[in-house]
Write a protein that binds this ligand. Sequence first.
Ligand code: 6R9
Length: 693
Amino acid sequence: MYGRALSCALLSPTTRCTIPQLIRYFARTAAAGAQQDVTTAQLPEISQYFQKALPHQEVYDLSLNNPSAFWGSLARTRLSWYRDFDDVIDCDMTKAKLKWFINGKLNVSVNCVDRHYMKTPDKVAIIWEKDEPGQQENVSYKQLYEMMNQLANTLKSHGVRRGDRVCIYMPMTPLAVAAMLACARIGAIHSVVFAGFSADALTSRINDAKAETVITADQVLRGGKAIDLKSTVDRAVLDCPCVRQVFVAQRTGAPVSMGQMDMPLESEMAKQSTECEPEVMGSEDYLFMLYTSGSTGQPKGIAHTQAGYLLYAAITHQTVFDYREGDIYACVADIGWITGHTYVLYGPLCNGATTVLFESIPTYPDPGRYWEMVERLRVNQFYGSPTAIRLLLKYGDSWVTRYDRSSLRVLGTVGEPINTEAWEWYHNVVGNGKCDIVDTWWQTETGGICIAPRPSRVAAPIIPGAAMRPMFGIAPAIVCPDSGKEFTGNDVYGALCIKLPWPGMARTIYGHHNRYVDTYFKPFQGYYFTGDGAHRDKDGYIHITGASAFDEWTTVLFNSRRRHRLGTAEIEDSMDEHGGSDVAWAPAGCAGIPHPVKGEGVYAFVTLMEDVQKDTDEIITELKSMVKKQIGSFAAPECIQITPGLPKTRSGKIMRRILRKIAANRGDELGDVSTLADPSVVPMLIANHAPIE
Ligand code: 6R9
């Protein structure tokens, strides 16, 4: 019944022309100052661009010079709509007004599942690579369709409506993917919280989103260890007056206590039909929110919308990874991270791909896990993190070379810069010198990859450790942090900004739009400010120089696929909960420090109150356990330096620049410290530098 409704509603592609024709056409009309009619100029499948090796520069220029035609054509050929959009772009970056595909109507779950279910029901949508190797399970598009619909009907029958927020706190299972898609189907906004965050962190995220429904599981399995999830949710929801129901899936079957709000997910689903009418959503309705950190303690619920996000996810997935029909594609990120949203789920499924859902860790049962999986599943694209690569290279080449990796074509990294040693090892050992290494730069806020060495087919070699080229539609700008002026030439360093809107960009911080505008659009008028620093080299390629140059983020990595962007302020706040009469310390400042494996670790400076009797080791243990409780064990500082004083300005502001240098053991690079109220603290801090554990 539903299939009929869908096929009537979907638009059929109109006339097509080739990219060179299109480019000539645009060049002509642009020269004449004419506006082209996007409905008559359909861009062909981008895959043709690969097959024919068309010049990247021309396609890229087209995407910047005529974004309406470029994205409009792609939206019409690559997504299925209930109603065509009237206009492609209605954006004003100075006001953070960001609207794409105006008045279009579609459903993301239809695009990700139904389309492929109708064409190839038995095609494998998800390979669930379970924690134990060799026990993978395939989920076909038909099975995913049915699971998603039963879950959607379950939510609906328990009163979840369009626009409601649903918190998903689950292990890496097909049910978690189905839960995200089920929300998309009924127009609910999902907020996935990484199933490693503590009860307190979960509480604040649920309350900020005002989520009434939580979906969780009994336990999560990670590297052979079972960790309770349900009991964490129980503790979290005690302080969440908004929550009225908790669905509990079974991962391990461990006994859990079921309270009045709790419902077993699988048995509720079993009562439901496998058909669920999709909600007709507007292009700009919210699809999901995802919490990330910034320079203040309060995490930000970054909100993405339906059409622009999905299109950007699909196009970047295909072009950066050279995804081709029939490939087995593996992104080993957790779904609690934006990488899991865009490149495990939405991008690949929109493209009808077979996507691997990796539940384990890179060293379980041994450091050959990834490559054994590559051999067993015949993986074509592998997308992971520099942390994992750095970790694995320490174990030596034999864990890699004993497995057949000949299926691999593209190796990707994301999340932080990849150092040359790790890049070379990834390229020479893992990829046998034959794969493209794509170092992809992007953020939760950008929705998808913005800078990466591919899709360019230019013969020029990829520069180790450089993200290099902007994606279609991305216009990077290197801006002088002091004057706010854009550097136009090459070989320049500055704040990385983006000067044109693109469809995948976040639309707001959920419930805090002013904060969104202030954080990203106020620092440099007319630009989106990424918070990162970058160098555009003499040949025009972009190298990311890191986040901490321009704000106070720190990136904490605690294993390969669960990478977290944490604000230093968030960690400081978590150590500041020691109210009451027994106050022993004043949390001072945290800074990101280079860490040999994690990439970045946390270094905390803490001052003690006078007359504190406690032993410092005891205090350090207590501080670490506070961070573990409030945020999660991955955020616990690697080093805590107890210090009698801090580098403060006369107005009392801590000079974080100095803390960062000292934490990184670069006390000789402090520069001018004359503005400090008491410069004598500096040698003291340097002398007491704490080593990384
Ligand atoms: C996708 C993701 C975003 C921040 C970003 C930057 C850092 C990401 C990077 C990179 C250097 C890369 N980052 N990719 N730095 N090279 N290839 O990671 O999203 O968790 O929001 O983090 O991560 O600092 O601003 P998110």
